[in-house]
Every structure is written in C-alpha cells, then in structure tokens.
Design a protein around this ligand. Structure first.
Ligand code: GLV
Ligand code: MN
Ligand code: MN
Length: 429
C-alpha cells in the first residue's frame, strides 16, 4: 500500500515537471518602461510614432535598442544588410543558431507596439537569460530587422536576397533602400554576404501584436500563427493631359484623376468578386499638377494585394492590369504598372506551432491557431529555416495608427511565452 502511494506520488511529480515551465519569467515592468522610452523617438502629437526607416528617429531608436542589447549581454554588430544583430554563444558549438527578432521602424503615423513589442521582448529574453545565468545549448541571435514596413527589407536580405529593383525603391523616408541601407550601417554592395543559407538556422521565433481584433473579441490570450500573407506592391502611373479646367469641354479631357477614380472602384470590385480572405488597397495617391483650375495630367498611386495564396493575388493583379487598360481608353489616358514587388506568403512550422501552443497552455493561457493578415519578418526568414509566431491581442483590432494599443499584461504574457518557448526548444532540439 505504502509502495503504491509512493509510486503515485513519484508519477505525479514526474508528470508535473515534464509539463511545467521553467520558473524564469520576464520582467513585465521593464518591457513596459522600454516601450515607453522607445516611443520617444519619432513621437507624434497623436500619441504614436512616425519612425519610418532611415529617418533621424529610426537612427535614434536603433541606438537605443543597441544599448539595451548590450546591457542584455549580447555582442552587437550591424550586418551588411543593416540589421542589428546581437549574438550570445551557446554551450554546444555544433548547433545552429536560434533566432529571435522583429523590427522597430514604423509606418508614417504609426503606433507604439507594431514590431516594438517583439523586438523589446526578444531583448528581454536575452536579459533574463543573463540575469538567471541560463546557458542555452544553441547560439542565440536577437535581430532587429531594418525597414520592415518598407517591404520586409532587412529580413528579405537574409532570405531571398535583395536585387537592384529592391535597392532602387523609394522608402517612406524619401530615400532609396540603397541609400537607407548605408545610412543604417549596412553595405548595399556586399549584400550577398548578409544572406543565410537555407538550413543554416535552428529556427526563428517572433512575438508580435495581432493587429486585428480576433483575440480581443474572443477573449483569447495568445495567437499561434499558422501562416503569414504574401503582399504585392505596384506603383501605378496614369498619364493624361493637363489642360485648362475652364476652357476644355468635358468630352475633350484626358483626366488622369478621373481614370484613377474608376480604377479604385474596379480594384475593389475585382478583389471582392471572388470568394476568400484576399484584400486589396490603394493606400496613397499623388496628383499632378494639383490645382483647382487644371485638369490632372498625371496620377501615381500605390496598389497593394494580399493573400495566403500567392497564385491568387498574382492572378488578381493580372486581372486588374487588363481592366485598367480598358479603363484608360474611356478618356484616353494611359496606365503603366511597375513590376510588382512581392513578399511571399509563408506557413509557420507545425512543430513550432505545437511547441508555442503547449508552452502557452503550461503558463495557463488560452490559445487560438490563426493566420496573419499582416506581413512580418518571419515570412522572409521562413526561406532559411522553420519559423514560429506568437500573437497577443490588439485592443479594438487597431494597428498602423497612433491608436494602436496592447495591454501591459498581454505583452508580459506574450514575452513569457516567447521565453519559455525558447527554453523548451533549446532543451528539445
Ligand atoms: C506590415 O506591417 C504590413 O503588414 O504591412
Ligand atoms: Mn506594420
Ligand atoms: Mn510589424
């Protein structure tokens, strides 16, 4: 009888240790304080930040992050692509590195959480490892990728690589990616050396705010990302003829803005005309010459399409392009599309999904497996190794806005899931 009881006690204590997470926890207050500090760089009056890549604010934010990384015991360098890379040796030199990261650049008039939560939490993980003197078997790399908002630039440089087309793109700061890469300390002439070979990493984990409203609405603590949408961008130029707005009869105009208006409607019809979750947006527009009394002679606008299925959004793009040609004929304007720039969709690793899910449950959190409608550096890193993503709730589902907000407790929860996932991964792989 006593032996049987002893056996049961042993069994219970074994199963408890097998499932319970390490006692190490992140310092939620510290992450909160760091988020607040970071939000000073590029702060806008609306309460968010405009810290577009390659701006003065971006450079200041990067310096701040470098300081935190060094304090967390990381050896910091800027790679040829301009990413900030903090490394920490592992105890088993034969193992490939485990990567953590995100970005700290923002969209114009952005918020204080997109990218920042994941970046500062990855640094916090390193800080805790240092404070608790936890040696990982794997080498660790914390990476703050440059210019995520301008098309996952830094992470793409590691994965697929950047070509001339990418380098010549003008970013939100007004600088080309080539110029910007130099400004942040990279070397556009040596980008090939920044690339990582497929199979050269053990894995990559990224914590991020959801940027949609599902987790908050369903009162779920942690999202386990199953896949990340692909994104297509193309600049569309519409050439008309600028002429006097008072003397040119209505039937003799080549009004580029009128064609643009018809185009916007057509994009919406085409994107909503097939079943699925695909989305299409025209997010910016420039009109020339831009005066009350001149018929617009030229319009340039930005077209974006997204879906988990690349074939689908490329097909929609072709359809939009064909329809635009017809539209142009209506008032003799000419449409011209730049060659599309694509961030490829990516699935996360099934094993990583399970690991994040079980880790979150072991910490007492509810979870939901879900897709990401936003783009992330993880989708580029997926080309070189397995990736996993952890989402936390975004209040009101608002993002890319100064009103973006995630609760401190949710941020702490997500960072603890990241920390415990790293520890569990390191033990098991
Ligand atoms: C990145 O934030 C994107 O989804 O545009
Ligand atoms: Mn974003
Ligand atoms: Mn982001």
């Amino acid at each position: 009888m006593r032996r049987a009881r002893l056996f049961i006690i042993l069994l219970l204590s074994f199963s408890a240790t097998a499932q319970s997470p390490s006692p190490a926890r992140v310092n939620g207050q510290r992450i909160h304080d760091h988020l607040k500090e970071l939000s000073r760089f590029g702060a806008n009056p609306q309460g968010g930040v405009s810290r577009v890549a390659y701006s003065e604010a971006d450079l200041q934010g990067r310096q701040y992050a470098i300081g935190l990384m060094k304090a967390a015991g990381l050896d910091v360098h800027i790679d040829f692509a301009g990413n900030i890379v903090g490394t920490r040796a592992g105890s088993d030199a034969s193992l490939k590195p485990l990567l953590l990261g995100s970005h700290i650049d923002s969209v114009p008039m952005g918020g204080n959480y997109d990218g920042d939560v994941g970046s500062l939490s990855a640094i916090e993980v390193a800080q805790i490892l240092k404070e608790k003197q936890i040696a990982l078997r794997h080498p660790l790399e914390v990476i703050i990728f440059q210019n995520e908002e301008g098309g996952t630039v830094g992470s793409q440089a590691l994965g697929e690589g950047l070509d001339e087309k990418h380098l010549n793109l003008v970013s939100n700061s007004g600088k080309t990616i080539r110029e910007g890469t130099r400004i942040v300390g990279g070397d556009p002439d040596r980008l090939a050396s920044a690339r990582r070979q497929p199979g050269s990493i053990a894995g990559y984990f990224e914590l991020h705010i959801e940027q949609g409203g599902t987790l908050e609405r369903e009162k779920i603590d942690i999202g386990v990302v199953e896949g990340i949408v692909g994104i297509l961008h193309s600049d569309v130029t519409i050439e008309g003829f600028a002429n006097h707005a008072g003397t040119t009869p209505m039937d003799q105009r080549h009004d580029a803005l009128l064609s643009a208006a018809r185009f916007l409607e057509k994009v919406n019809q085409i994107v909503t005309g097939v079943p699925g979750r695909q989305v299409g947006t025209v997010g910016w527009i420039k009109v020339e010459p831009g005066a009350y009394n001149v018929i617009p002679g030229k319009v340039v606008l930005g077209l974006e399409l997204r879906d988990l299925d690349e074939k689908k959004f490329v097909g929609l793009f072709e359809q939009i392009r064909a329809e635009a040609e017809q539209l142009g004929k209506l008032n003799q304007t000419r449409f011209n599309f730049t060659e599309p720039v694509i961030s490829h969709p990516a699935l996360t690793d099934k094993g990583f999904q399970k690991l994040i899910d079980s880790t979150a449950h072991s910490l007492g959190f509810s979870t939901k497996v879900m897709p990401s409608g936003a783009g992330h550096d993880a989708q580029e890193i997926a080309r070189i190794g397995p990736v996993g993503m952890i989402f936390i709730p975004s209040i009101g589902g608002i993002s890319h806005s100064p009103k973006e907000f995630s609760r401190p407790q949710d941020i702490e929860n997500g960072a603890n899931v990241l920390l415990q996932t790293v520890l569990a991964f390191d033990k098991g792989h």
